[in-house]
Design a binder for this molecule. Structure first.
Ligand SMILES: Cc1cc2nc3c(=O)[nH]c(=O)nc-3n(C[C@H](O)[C@H](O)[C@H](O)COP(=O)(O)OP(=O)(O)OC[C@H]3O[C@@H](n4cnc5c(N)ncnc54)[C@H](O)[C@@H]3O)c2cc1C
Length: 396
């Protein structure tokens, strides 16, 4: 059996390895557009900040992939699928036949359609090559502007600051990471980041990026001009559906797939951030890896279904402890807040069930709250639960 996996991000690599493991006789090809060995995209933030070396990002060597039964083809973007013939055509015109094709083409960073958005020195960060460009730009120092104060925007800003740049974050909302944090936790975090030398402008509206041959400044609504040698847009991602669209597969926001990760074509599956599974797209690595496992099971003829779980996210900026899980400040839920010194904890409850939590300053109990949210278990005392696992008798 021939299995072609397109995209060597975490989901594609995991899927290729699992298919090879389940079907030892199968010919498994992993075709990735990027020239590098499969690497840990999540750890790019730590690489940018100088906390890890580039070599530490690599998740699998060529020899490991080969030994596991996967033929890795780096620098091989697939341009189209001939669904009827079950053949993939690469950008160089090579034809690769398959019995099963798994699309794992991930996401693309969204570039705000502002005047000047395409100038050299403006980056919408997603991959290793762009990380290297940012590190290179930071070597000369000077001012940088990060547009977007979400999780990735803050990690970008902290990384560039650690490399010696003077960084301003422009965020459209009044506090950072508003999708993961309530106002109070966001305000505490903003204070901490400012104390460490970052400039945060919130709310701020960017109207243009200025420069002649390369970026020189960012213009705000109201006319203010902020000088910048580097601008990083961190305003969200969109599923990468280019290949699926060019091939005539059903697409919506992502590549339409069922819970077994089957697309509109019976020989093509979709996993990870490119997929829209039962109407839902994802933006984190854990569910992408789960989908990869399910797709491998589907190819092996086993009936398994992917089901979404509550998301959780932690900020990877050294010197800050921030975690959020489940629903943040949802309508109709009651909040219980605990503050002690520098640490802040807010839990949202529907009756006796925890539906969301934000931890700032001390995230040691993150796993406990994540477990409570995921299990939907009833809890006798909210006050005990707020103190932590050791205090909650009925959820041990
Ligand atoms: C800096 C950074 C930090 C992050 N931090 C976190 C975090 O802390 N926690 C978390 O859960 N998530 C984090 N994420 C998100 C996480 O990286 C993604 O959820 C994860 O990578 C999704 O995996 P994927 O395999 O679906 O897609 P991707 O990782 O995007 O991989 C898709 C791959 O497919 C390739 N490709 C696309 N089209 C083609 C084609 N036509 N032919 C061949 N190859 C193709 C792309 O080049 C890419 O290599 C972070 C992302 C970034 C950029």
């Amino acid at each position: 059996m021939k299995v072609l996996v397109v995209g060597a991000g975490p989901a594609g690599t995991r899927c290729a390895l699992r298919v090879a493991g389940r079907l030892p006789g199968a010919e498994v090809v992993l075709a990735g557009a990027e020239p590098a060995l499969p690497y840990d995209r999540v750890a790019l933030s730590k690489y940018l900040a100088g906390d890890v070396e580039q070599a530490a990002l690599v998740t699998h060597s060529l020899a490991e992939l080969r030994a596991a039964g996967v033929r890795y083809r780096p620098g091989t973007p697939v341009a189209a699928l001939d669904l009827a013939a079950r053949v993939a055509v690469t950008a160089r015109g090579e034809r690769i036949g398959y019995d099963w094709c798994v699309l794992a083409t991930g996401s693309k960073s969204f570039r705000l359609p502002l005047p000047g958005a395409e100038l050299p020195g403006v980056i919408a960060w997603r991959d290793l090559a762009e990380t290297r460009q940012m590190i290179e730009a930071a070597r000369a120092g000077g001012p940088a502007v990060v547009i977007g104060g979400g999780l990735l925007g803050l990690e970008t800003a902290a990384g560039l600051a650690a490399r010696g740049m003077k960084v301003t974050v422009l965020h459209a909302v009044g506090w950072p990471m508003e999708r993961q944090l309530d106002y109070d936790a966001g305000t505490l975090l903003a204070g901490r980041l400012r104390a460490r030398g970052l400039t945060l402008r919130m709310p701020a509206e960017t109207v243009a990026i200025e420069g002649v041959d390369r970026v020189e400044a960012v213009r705000l609504a109201g006319g203010e001009r902020i000088p910048a040698r580097l601008v990083v847009m961190s305003v969200g991602v969109r599923p990468n559906i280019d290949l699926a669209r060019a091939s005539g597969l059903s697409i919506a926001r992502g590549i339409v797939a069922d819970a077994a990760l089957r697309t509109s074509d019976p020989h093509v599956l979709a996993v990870g951030e490119c997929a829209e599974v039962e109407g839902r797209t994802i933006g984190l690595v854990a569910p992408a890896l789960e989908q990869a496992e399910i797709a491998a099971a589907t190819i092996a003829g086993e009936a398994m279904a992917w089901a979404p779980r509550a998301d959780s996210a932690a900020l990877k900026v050294s010197g800050t402890q921030v975690w959020s899980g489940g629903e943040v400040a949802p309508a109709g839920a009651e909040a219980v807040t605990l503050r002690a010194g520098e640490s802040y904890r807010r839990l949202w409850w529907r009756d006796d069930r925890l539906v969301g939590a934000v931890l700032y300053g001390d995230t040691a109990e993150a796993g406990f709250y994540q477990g409570l949210i995921a299990s939907g278990r009833a809890v006798a005392s909210r006050a005990d639960a707020a103190l932590g696992q050791a205090f909650l008798q009925d959820a041990a």
